[in-house]
Unconditional design. Structure first.
Length: 235
């Protein structure tokens, strides 16, 4: 049986961080890290980068993506969600006679994902009781203790009952963009990643940088240098 389809969505526009999907990290475009990890994992039957941007499609080909798929402009706007792009990509291959029982989504903005985590998540997906596997990391601070300032005065956003010691609050997590694996038929029926039977794959915060600003990129650069240093200087 052919391995899963890997979808790497990488549009050209970004309001908060211009051209972030090909911003340089360690001298290479962010997109290259997602392509490299997907290929190195050895689990995917096809690695596809979806973009409306010519430069991004060229980068995808340069770093070895099997398919650099031109995205319809209707799916290139700020309001378009990743799940909509995945539906289009899966239906594109379906129309070409290429059916994938499983697929995964890797965001270029999470460049520090580990190959062993991709393999581990795929093993979890093989469980017949599991429909999706989602990478999660804990919040740095309990989101239950969020505040806001309507009219300039501070109030607990979720209510004063949550203003407790962090240890007394339930741990909460967020999807970090490293990966989501899914079973294609279920996804095309539900059209939702937060659908039925989503298994959690907990990722170390050290390997979970979600780049949304130049400051995030600087932090990723630091972590990448530290990883390289530790690899070259064991112990």
């Amino acid at each position: 049986m052919r391995g899963p389809l890997c979808i790497i969505p990488a549009r050209g526009g970004s309001r908060r961080f211009c051209r972030k999907n090909i911003a340089k990290l360690g001298g290479r475009p962010l997109l290259s890290y997602a392509v490299e990890a997907a290929l190195a994992s050895g689990i995917f039957g096809l690695v596809c980068v979806s973009s409306e941007d010519e430069e991004i499609l060229a980068v995808a080909k340069e770093y070895g993506a099997h398919v650099a798929l031109r995205r319809p402009l209707a799916l290139a706007g700020d309001s378009v969600m990743v799940k909509e792009v995945c539906v289009q990509v899966l239906e594109h291959f379906w129309a070409q006679g290429e059916e994938f029982e499983e697929f995964a989504v890797l965001l270029p903005t999470s460049p520090l994902r580990r190959v062993e985590d991709l393999r581990g998540a795929y093993e979890m997906l093989k469980d017949p009781e599991v429909h999706y596997v989602m990478s999660l990391v804990p919040y740095s601070h309990p989101p239950q203790r969020a505040v806001w300032a309507p009219g300039g005065f501070v109030e607990p956003y979720f209510g004063g009952q949550y203003m407790q010691r962090a240890q007394q609050l339930a741990p909460l997590y967020r999807h970090d963009g490293s990966f989501i694996f899914g079973k294609t038929k279920v996804f095309l029926r539900e059209r939702e990643f937060y659908g039925s039977r989503v298994a959690a794959y907990f990722v170390s915060k050290e390997w979970s940088v979600d780049i949304d600003s130049p400051l995030d990129l600087a932090w990723a650069e630091f972590l990448l240098r530290r990883r390289s240093h530790e690899a070259g200087h064991p112990g």
